[in-house]
Ligand binder design. Structure first.
Ligand code: SF4
Ligand code: FES
Length: 336
């Protein structure tokens, strides 16, 4: 328990001064001049003593309070972090390693001490630094922005830098099993090849199309957009090209010609952008079995997406738009 912040003098002054004033008042009313003088002297002396001790008290209290605050914050930090660190434990991390020469994986189990904050990427980098330097891991931003650390963790495609070990160890049976994304070509261990993924992405021409191409490079012109117009495509522009949706898609894995959820969601993103002048041609370009009609709406792409892009919905909306434009489609085919 903390002791009282002021000394006894300060508290005494709170009672003593009003009491003396009362006595002076009573003496005045009763006509005792001698007592009035006596009380007045005592009052002046008491005021001097109390105000001096009060000032010292306040000064001391400020100093005391400042140092106490610091000590209090330090002890709070200590008591908050120590149990967290103590909560950590050794976790078995099983990595299905691809050695580059065959599709036979070597299952290697590493032991790693993880605490409350450890991500799968931290663990893999820790293992690479201190246990096995031959383990291949790809990463860059370590904060869910660059999209380069996608892998399959406990059977689900996820970003390693955004997957907390203790959380999945608690909820998914205490083990961490890591393998590369099988929807992409494998390079080594957890690292996959992305050339095919970027080709799919490029096939939908994911950039603003303007009839007058030169104006895009003008330094004085700007395209204005209302917030309602922005809202129409904004969620689809959050794609970080991590490839997790492609890996999760059962259709891509059985029909490699299907361009996949990432490319289609980006086609939709530009179709919805009021600054883009390609209009419905974007729709007709994906009006095929390799395009939107290849999607069987399993929804696993949207479930896997770490940025909430929701490619499954984008594809269904494109299907709806195409159905409502069947007549225009014939015109487009003729002009083509
Ligand atoms: S749509 Fe989502 S899961 Fe697919 S590549 Fe983009 S960010 Fe990754
Ligand atoms: S390291 Fe960049 S998204 Fe994981």
């Amino acid at each position: 328990m903390r002791s009282s912040k002021y000394s006894i003098f300060t508290y005494a002054s709170m009672i003593g001064v009003p009491a003396l004033l009362m006595l002076i008042l009573i003496a005045m009313i009763s006509g005792y001049e001698m007592y009035i003088n006596l009380f007045a002297y005592v009052l002046v002396i008491a005021l001097l003593v109390f105000s001096t001790t009060g000032l010292i008290d306040v000064f001391l209290h400020k100093k005391y309070d400042g140092s106490m605050k610091k000590a209090h914050v330090e002890s709070e930090i200590k008591s908050n972090t120590e149990p967290m660190l103590k909560k950590g434990s050794e976790v078995d991390i099983i990595v299905k390693r691809f050695n580059g020469s065959s599709h036979n994986f070597d299952k290697v189990t590493y032991k790693f001490f993880a605490n409350k904050f450890t991500t799968v990427l931290d663990a893999l980098l820790g293992i690479k630094s201190h246990q096995d330097s031959t383990l291949a891991v790809r990463c860059n931003c370590r904060m869910g922005i660059c999209g380069s650390c996608g892998m399959v963790i406990n059977g689900r495609p996820r970003l390693a830098c955004e997957t907390n070990i203790m959380e999945i160890a608690d909820s998914e049976g205490g083990r961490i099993e890591i393998s590369p994304m099988m929807g992409h070509l494998l390079l080594k261990d957890t690292v996959t090849e992305f050339t095919d993924f970027f080709e799919r992405h490029k096939s939908v021409k994911p950039s603003l199309y303007r009839k007058n191409a030169k104006e895009k490079y003008s330094t004085t012109k700007e395209y204005q957009q209302s917030s309602e117009e922005l809202d129409k495509f904004l969620p689809y522009s959050y794609c970080i090209m991590c490839g997790l949706c492609l890996d999760a898609c059962p259709v891509v894995n059985s029909n490699p010609n299907f361009i996949g959820p990432q490319a289609l969601s980006q086609s939709f993103r530009y179709y919805r952008d009021s600054r883009d002048q390609k209009g419905k041609r974007r729709l007709f370009e994906v009006d095929s079995n390799e395009g939107v009609w290849g999607c069987e709406f399993s929804g696993s792409c949207s479930k896997a997406c770490p940025k909430g892009v929701d490619p499954a919905t984008a594809i269904q909306l494109m299907k709806g738009e195409l159905i409502s434009r069947i007549a225009e489609k014939d015109d487009y085919a003729e002009k083509k």
